[in-house]
Structures are given as C-alpha cells and as structure tokens.
Design a protein around this ligand. Sequence first.
Ligand code: PAF
Length: 294
Amino acid sequence: MRIVPTVAAMQKLGLRWKRAGVKIGFVPTMGYLHDGHLSLVREARKRIGQNGVVVVSIYVNPTQFAPTEDLSEYPRDLKRDLQMCRAAGVDIVFTPSDAEIYPERQNPKSEIRNPQLFSTYVVEEKLSRVMEGLARPAHFRGVTTVVAKLFNLVLPDVAVFGQKDFQQAAIIRRMVTNLNFPVQIIVAPTRREPDGLAMSSRNKYLDTEQRAQAVILFHALLAAKRAVAKNAVPAARLKRDLAEFITAAPQARLDYVEFFDPETLQPVARVTRGAHLALAVYFGKTRLIDNDRL
Ligand code: PAF
C-alpha cells in the first residue's frame, strides 16, 4: 500500500493508470474509518477487480463545515486509518493537507494580494436546497467542490459513496451527470451497529447515555415502515407521530423528519411504500442523520 500526500503525485499516478488502462476504484472519506467505510472499499474492489487499483482519500474538507460546526473537533486517527486500509487491501491512500487541496486559501501573501483567490466552487442548485442543505447552507457546495477536485486528481472509473449520506450521493450523481465526469457512482448500503445505529465517525462524540438513546433513529425508520406497510399515510401526521416517538428519548432534539421522493428529493404529501424517510437528530452537540426507503 502506498501513501500519497501530494496533489501532483496523485494526479500523476491517476494519469499513468488511465493511459495503461488500469481501472481505478475510489472511496473518498474524511478518515476515522469504521466498518461502513471498509464496506465501500470492498464494493470498489468488487467493481474494478483484482487488476484494478483501489484509492481511498482521507481528507477532512474545511469548505463543507460552517464556522459553527465541528471541523476542529472532527475525530482523526491517521495511524489507525492506514492500518485499516492496509488490512482491507487498499492500494493507495491519498492523504493531502489543506495546503495541498486549497493552496490559494493557505498562502497568506496571496490572500493579501487577492482575498478571492480561491473563487471557483461547484454548486448543485436543486437537490441541495432541501433537508441537509437547509440545515447546513454551505455544506453541499463544499462537498461538490472537493469531490470534483478529488475526481480530477484520482481520475476514478468508479467511486463509491454510502447510503447513509443519501442526499450527498444524489447530489454527486447529479453533478457527475450534469458536468460529464467520466465516473460511475455506486451507492452502497448503510452499515449498522448490532443495535441498528448507523455507523458514523461522529458516533464517537456520544456519551454512554446518548449512545444508548441514539438507536431511536433506527427504531423511527422501522416504525415508519410499519406505518406505511399497508396504506398511504398523510406526511404531516406521520411526521408528528415520529417527532413524538423520537423525542421520547430524553436527550434527543429533533432537527428534521422528511418524507421525500428518492429521485427528486422533493417532499411528498402522502407517504406510501417506496417513499424515502430522512432524519436528523441532535444528542447534545452531536447531530446524527439516518435515512431509508420505506
Ligand atoms: O462523506 C464524506 O465523508 C465527505 O462528505 C466526502 C464525500 C469525503 C467529501 O469530503
């Protein structure tokens, strides 16, 4: 396994593999890896085969965090991440610094000369206007910008994202279609802890009590599936019921419950089987999200 810390070296490798016809599978991450990430690595390997190369990027992207969010506390453990990647058969781990990815934002001299030096962003304008996009207004602009940059550096044939970030995956798919990136986007199922909590690097923030209560998100998904199993239900009523159900956990503070069409991400008025449910719930300062098809 090779560790590649620079943009120049990563792009050189990507170009070399492309010219040699080697398939490239890519799993972009922000590190602090868990079994959910490893399942994306397995999916990438399955898609490109043993002769291809699997690249994992580990980069906590500052442009997708608002100033009030957890950028500085975001959990990091590169040594452990590298061990996990090695054991999972990853070929390349791309570990750029902020100065590598956003040199124009880093160089104080350039900033003085031209504070707008980093001024090109990729903005998806429809799917990113709902749910996470409302709760975190600049988030998806940061995600699409860094993913576009990473695609230009790694040059993947296949990139794998997790269903836990369903809206993110839909936006990236739209970006890839709209901007003609020659990459196939795969969305792999959410991995869950034995009690049903979706795996997430942010689960580390939860104290024992919050961790025990956090499983309410999974139970809310199950309850919604039961509610629409036989009949359509008005979304407003089901939202009210689920809000009550979730906030019965003493530390849970609901951010949103949304029922939506999985293609357009637009809210539905009546919830039927096949609609999608997304949840965002705070436990203390930790914001957890989950979703599933009903
Ligand atoms: O899902 C994530 O971990 C991040 O949003 C991503 C796709 C690596 C971009 O920073």
